[in-house]
Design a protein around this ligand. Structure first.
Ligand SMILES: CC(C)(COP(=O)(O)OP(=O)(O)OC[C@H]1O[C@@H](n2cnc3c(N)ncnc32)[C@H](O)[C@@H]1OP(=O)(O)O)[C@@H](O)C(=O)NCCC(=O)NCCS
Length: 188
């Protein structure tokens, strides 16, 4: 059985989390995408992208939601939801699950599932769209995870790093209406 974490351990990110989010992002990104070795091209990308300032900036934007999961030692995962990011497919959704990262040693314990559910719930709460997301087409584990969580394939797009393009799978949350219904009836 999955060791589902205490839902109370997921909370909205605060400004003092910014450095933790940057460090965790670099760890997960390098571990996921640079498995064969770290080139300066991608090292420069990761260090330029995942900075404390980047996360502080996101935390001040009303169209961004950052939720973290936390254990006694610190942050072990987070989900970022970005509104006003149109889906590359024809779904019409403007709400993207832009990042979902769980620290490697905490993967496979149900944290990703809990963070994703919290992110989708935040979309409902804010009146945003059924979220879409894009993940590298070679990231088979993540694609299997999302298909298992009520997402469906909705096309292809490219992720671009300084002129280099990488094929990404677009996935769309298809059980969003059920989640909204569940939430409304749960409030009665
Ligand atoms: C993808 C990721 C977020 C999943 O989080 P996680 O905490 O490891 O996943 P969970 O433990 O919550 O798994 C939930 C379910 O998905 C399944 N699942 C998780 N990873 C899987 C994989 N690699 N392949 C197949 N199924 C997977 C689990 O078996 C579980 O199924 P169950 O409920 O039937 O037991 C996490 O592994 C991660 O951060 N990976 C690196 C970064 C990444 O690729 N992010 C996504 C793209 S942005």
């Amino acid at each position: 059985m999955t060791d589902t974490p205490d839902p109370g351990s997921i909370r909205t990110a605060r400004s003092e989390d910014a450095s933790c989010l940057a460090a965790l992002s670099i760890e997960v990104w390098v571990g996921t995408y640079l498995r064969q070795g770290v080139s300066s091209f991608f090292a420069d990308y990761a260090l330029g992208q995942f900075t404390r300032e980047h996360f502080l900036d996101l935390l001040n934007q009303p169209a961004e939601i950052l939720l973290v999961s936390e254990n006694q030692e610190g942050i072990d995962g987070y989900v970022r939801v970005s509104h006003r990011n149109p889906c590359p497919g024809d779904s019409g959704s403007e709400t993207e699950i832009s990042t979902l990262y769980v620290q490697p040693r905490h993967q496979g314990k149900g944290l990703g599932q809990s963070l994703l559910a919290a992110g989708v719930e935040a979309c409902c709460t804010n009146g945003w769209d059924a979220p879409w997301l894009a993940t590298n087409s070679e990231n088979k584990g993540a694609i299997a995870f999302y298909l298992n969580q009520g997402f469906e394939k909705a096309g292809l797009t490219h992720f671009e790093v300084q002129g280099r393009r990488y094929l990404n799978e677009v996935l769309l949350c298809t059980d969003f209406k059920n989640r909204i219904t569940g939430q409304v009836s749960g409030n009665r």
